[in-house]
Design a protein around this ligand. Structure first.
Ligand SMILES: C[S@@+](CC[C@H](N)C(=O)[O-])C[C@H]1O[C@@H](n2cnc3c(N)ncnc32)[C@H](O)[C@@H]1O
Length: 264
């Protein structure tokens, strides 16, 4: 059910992701390449590649990248992007993140950026990452996170849990295929439990203009009004996390994105 919703949502909005500034030019893209230090001989896999921005960012630095996604329309955008950039080492593959159709120990690098919050079972996804990585291989995970004490200081655990639930409801209202953004502490636990060693983590904030963010998933007028109300009437912990504000008459808020680098 959730995966067919994903295919429906992303199939219908594939082109918007090809041109989305957050996805195509987001600061985490350059930063994750810098942190990973990819090597020329590497075989890489990008999981839930979307319009292929992360696969295209790594392709010039490695031997080969498989850009995989569960939505064929997104892979079409990836093929266009690779052709436009003259990248000849990017191959696309239809693949579910929780059942990767690749043999054990095939990849030096597995990446996954701004997508894991759609996966119904993140632990299963990370187990698949571990299985398909070579010993010593690198996992680079980038995703929007929910608030916890690492990202949002000065609130009780109960206040942060409540803010995390409301934040995920806010995302789900705009995009029904949204599953759940984990908090940074939860990512550490899931990655550690899979047997990968976390080498580095950091949080990057990204400023979002509310109207284009809602429009990217075609939210109707009533939904836009509910989303705006959620931003404006949130608890102090939610407001501390999302930082809603007006700038030159436009509503903006901020999302936190975590980058986690781990090794098998
Ligand atoms: C926001 S886009 C990804 C953005 C992209 N990684 C980037 O860096 O620009 C989210 C993607 O996740 C894919 N997706 C969601 N659930 C998936 C799953 N279970 N397996 C594989 N791909 C999935 C969707 O089809 C969509 O293309």
């Amino acid at each position: 059910m959730t995966k067919s919703l994903v295919q429906q949502q992303f199939g219908a909005h594939a082109a918007a992701y090809a041109t989305s500034a957050v996805h195509a030019k987001g600061a985490s893209l350059g930063r994750v390449v810098e942190l990973v230090q990819p090597q020329r001989a590497w075989q890489a896999l990008d999981v839930a590649t979307g319009a292929g921005h992360t696969a295209a960012a790594f392709a010039p630095h490695v031997a080969h990248v498989i850009a995989s996604d569960v939505t064929e329309e997104m892979l079409e955008e990836t093929r266009k992007l690779a052709a436009d950039k003259g990248l000849t080492n990017v191959e696309t593959a239809v693949a579910d993140a929780e059942a990767l159709p690749f043999e054990d120990a095939r990849f030096d690098l597995v990446t996954c950026r701004i997508a894991a919050h759609h996966f119904p079972d993140v632990a299963r996804f990370v187990a698949e990452v571990k299985r398909t990585l070579k010993p010593g291989g690198t996992f680079a995970m980038v995703d929007n996170i929910s608030p916890d004490a690492r990202s949002t200081l000065g609130y009780t655990e109960a206040e942060l849990r409540d803010a995390a639930a409301t934040y995920n409801a806010f995302e789900k209202l705009r995009d029904p295929s949204h599953g759940r953004c984990l908090a940074l502490g939860e990512w550490g636990e899931v990655i550690g439990a899979a047997g990968l060693a976390v080498l580095h983590w950091e949080i990057m904030s990204k400023d979002m203009e509310f109207t284009p963010w809602a429009a990217r998933m075609d939210a109707d007028t009533a939904t836009v009004a509910r989303l705006q109300a959620m931003l404006e009437t949130g608890t102090p912990a939610l407001k501390a996390f999302l930082r809603p504000r007006l700038d030159a008459g436009a509503l903006w808020f901020t999302l936190d994105e975590a980058i986690v680098i781990a090794r098998k």
